[in-house]
Design a protein around this ligand. Structure first.
Ligand code: FE2
Length: 324
């Protein structure tokens, strides 16, 4: 079934096209976050400007005509309201214009599912780490098939925490990647470490590291905040793996692009003889391909929604979304 997926939860307007479980196109245009961060109305305006172009780019890449599209999906949430609205309206316009089915998709489910597919995993524990989210997940069957949250951040997502620190030391924030560059040349300074079972918290670490800005060198601070936060994620994830008796782990979301985090998780899996999987970076960044992939499966399982019931939900938690 040829399905288009539209993603617009934050700074990326992405359009993907999937057919028979394969992503044929995954195109995007992004709002330049720069040092100002995201101003919702400005990001939404940029998405409106880019929407038509990105849809055309995806159709060209997949070599299909818009009239051949048989279904459409869009990100319902979680995300920024003004941004989510643009993708929702684009998808509704396509559904209405072509008379085809439409389905709202949970952004986090899409990251987990596309990674599971790409890495050929069966039933992994998932560490979902992005700007706004940090969660440890497992698929559960009751009362409906959904991702159960085993552990999560008590305060901010690890990506936003690293970016807040990047701004403190006048780096351009980019989901932790600018901190990672300096970290490569740093040495360790002991920092606050907060793990409670399978949950964790990052603000104490951020406050402490920020208080040392200008007093210690930037490389050491970047290395220490990155190592400490990733070690916290790894400790909680390892506990989840052992408590649930799972033998597969995936990492997904924007921060999953971190080579250092991948390396740390891979070494845990190696130690316990478990499989480790991560998708290519285009699926860890926000993208329409993963939305198209999940939307196709949902539509094939009869989960299309009447247009009037298609909305957005800024705090659409993963455990409230049906997984087919
Ligand atoms: Fe994302």
């Amino acid at each position: 079934m040829l399905v288009m997926g539209v993603e617009s939860s934050a700074h990326t307007f992405g359009v993907g096209i999937a057919d028979n479980g394969r992503v044929l196109a995954n195109e995007k245009m992004m709002y330049d976050v720069g040092s100002r961060g995201m101003i919702p109305s400005k990001v939404a305006e940029t998405h409106v400007k880019n929407a038509g172009t990105v849809i055309r780019m995806a159709l060209e890449k997949a070599r299909v005509k818009i009239t051949e599209i048989e279904g459409v999906g869009y990100t319902k949430g979680p995300g920024i309201g003004a941004c989510l609205q643009v993708g929702q309206l684009a998808a509704k316009t396509i559904s209405n214009g072509l008379g085809i089915g439409i389905v709202p998709v949970n952004h986090a489910v899409a990251h987990v599912e596309i990674t599971k597919h790409e890495a050929k995993l069966r039933d992994p524990i998932a560490l979902y780490v992005s700007g706004g989210n940090s969660q440890i997940l497992k698929l559960a069957g009751n009362p409906f098939r959904h991702y159960q949250i085993l552990g999560e951040t008590f305060d901010v997502g690890v990506g936003n925490m690293l970016d807040a620190f990047a701004r403190e030391i006048k780096l351009t924030p980019a989901w932790g990647s600018t901190v990672a560059k300096l970290a490569a040349k740093g040495s360790y300074i002991e920092m606050p470490y907060t793990v409670k079972g399978m949950d964790f918290a990052f603000t104490g670490l951020l406050t402490y590291a920020s208080s040392l800005a200008g007093k210690e060198n930037d490389e050491d601070l970047c290395y220490s905040i990155q190592e400490t936060s990733f070690a916290m994620l790894c400790e909680a994830t390892e506990r989840a793996l052992l408590l649930t008796n799972r033998d597969e782990l995936e990492v997904c979301g924007g921060v999953a692009q971190s080579v250092r985090l991948q390396e740390m998780l891979r070494s845990i899996c190696k130690e316990h003889g478990m499989r480790f999987g991560v998708a290519k970076n285009e699926y860890n960044a926000d993208n329409g391909g993963m939305i198209a992939y999940v939307a196709e499966r949902m539509l094939e399982h009869g989960h299309s929604e009447p247009l009037a019931r298609c909305g957005i939900q800024q705090r659409y938690r993963i455990d409230k979304a049906i997984v087919v």
